[in-house]
Design a protein around this ligand. Structure first.
Ligand code: CMC
Length: 392
């Protein structure tokens, strides 16, 4: 007692043990419950991965069916929450709306806020996973002045989300299966990533005994920042700003200049020092989706590929082991689907909800759980006597 290690940014501090996700940053490996991310992204699908993250094993056909039914039965949100949405300004960022609405779920679903009741914990988990696409889609619809679209429980998770975002009352909306598959893969690639900033935020919030909706709202707030989930929006905006391949060297030079705060968005990672295995699948997916949509000459994709090539050949990025991360190619797919950049981070948030929830459940099951309470290195004034205002 009394001896602390000083570790700003927690670069070398493990705050918990976990059996959910394994990352080997040097080798570029990401496993969920032991299964490699590329296999899960290509061979499995999002709700199956949700089950795996939550319960530890791949489901049997019957277990999967039961789980899917449970999730699709909870997609609607309380009708009164519509009023809550309407209280926001139309031009609010959908992440701002989501932080508020998810936090407010504790006011609407207080029958699942008792963290000591296992059944309530389970109900809260399912509610969060099931309702997040509805909430994200409503935040989007509200921001563009269109009516909310109710979920349709006969559709799969990704198709339902696409329909809630893009369907308008005046027209029939058919979900394009190529887009639904690509959407599902984006969800899978974002499902969990061990103790990243937002997940650590959820765990810290939960360590005080806070209710699950409050904890997940805290996670969403943390995810929003451009160094974390906000990077997908920032990355596409950067690619658009670069505009044409001839301007790439200028931006590379800016990223290397220590007097310029500019960083290459979608590049670098705290843990991956080889490559981000999610980025590899995402790049393949971007190629595939744009080709299937017949827009493979998309100028943003061309800029992204050239930027990646130039950066990877540059000694600065090689020395610092900076590689494209999950956010580098996801925006190109989301843009091709018709999402505005402001929806990129909400989509990350909805996909990561299962990771937050799984880690929250794991933490609460830990009999050694303590409140998270880091210490500090105090560098302020030494003790001194108060001085009256007249004599300062
Ligand atoms: N462009 C230019 N230089 C960079 C970049 C970049 N994207 N990333 C790191 N560096 C440099 C940084 O300036 C530092 O240089 P020096 O040692 O000379 O001071 C060195 O590389 C190490 O960077 P760091 O900031 O100490 O590393 P970190 O582990 O604290 O930060 C990071 C990791 C992801 C926040 C950072 O790489 C970054 O800001 N990247 C851009 C934002 C981004 O794409 N974030 C998404 C991360 S993946 C998905 C997610 O988490 O949501």
């Amino acid at each position: 007692a009394g001896v602390f290690t000083y570790d700003p940014g927690f670069t070398s501090t493990a705050a918990c043990d976990s059996t959910i996700t394994y990352i080997d940053g040097e080798a570029g490996v990401l496993l969920h419950r032991g299964y490699p991310i590329d296999q899960l992204a290509k061979q499995s699908h999002y709700l199956e991965v949700c089950y795996l993250l939550l319960y530890g094993e791949l489901p049997s056909a019957a277990q999967l069916e039961e789980f899917e039914t449970l999730v699709t039965r909870h997609t609607m949100i309380h009708e009164q929450m519509h009023n809550f949405f309407r209280g926001f300004r139309r031009d609010a960022h959908p992440m701002a709306t989501m932080v508020g609405v998810v936090g407010a779920m504790s006011a609407f679903y207080h029958d699942s806020t008792d963290i000591n009741d296992e059944h309530q914990r389970e109900v809260a988990s399912i509610r969060l996973i099931a309702k997040m696409p509805t909430i994200a889609a409503m935040a989007y619809k509200y921001s563009i002045g269109q009516p909310f679209v109710y979920p349709r429980n006969d559709l799969d998770y990704a198709s339902n989300f696409l329909r809630m975002c893009f369907s308008v009352p005046a027209e029939e909306y058919e979900v394009n299966p190529i887009l639904a598959r690509a959407m599902d893969r984006i969800f899978t690639l974002h499902a969990d990533h061990e103790q990243n900033a937002s997940t650590s935020t959820v765990r810290l919030a939960s360590s005080s005994g806070a209710n699950p909706f409050a904890c997940i709202a805290a996670g969403i707030a943390c995810l929003w920042g451009p160094a974390h989930g906000g990077a997908n929006q920032a990355c596409l905006e950067m690619l658009r700003e670069i505009g044409t391949p001839d301007r790439i060297p200028e931006f590379i030079e800016r990223a290397k200049d220590k007097n310029d705060p500019f960083r290459l968005m979608g590049f670098g990672h705290r843990v991956y020092k080889n490559f981000d295995p999610r980025a590899k699948v995402m790049k393949e997916s971007a190629d595939e989706v744009l080709e299937l949509l017949g827009i493979e000459n998309n100028p943003t994709l061309q800029v992204a590929k050239e930027l990646e090539r130039v950066a990877l050949e540059d000694p600065y990025f090689a020395e610092k082991k900076l590689y494209p991360n999950v956010d580098f190619y996801s925006g190109i797919i989301l843009d091709a689907m018709g999402f505005p950049t402001s929806m990129f981070t909400p989509i990350f948030a909805l996909a990561r909800t299962v990771g937050w929830v799984s880690q929250w459940k794991e933490q609460l099951a830990d009999p050694q759980l303590k409140i998270g309470r880091p210490r500090q290195l105090y560098l302020g004034a030494a003790a001194r006597n108060y001085v009256d205002i007249e004599t300062r």
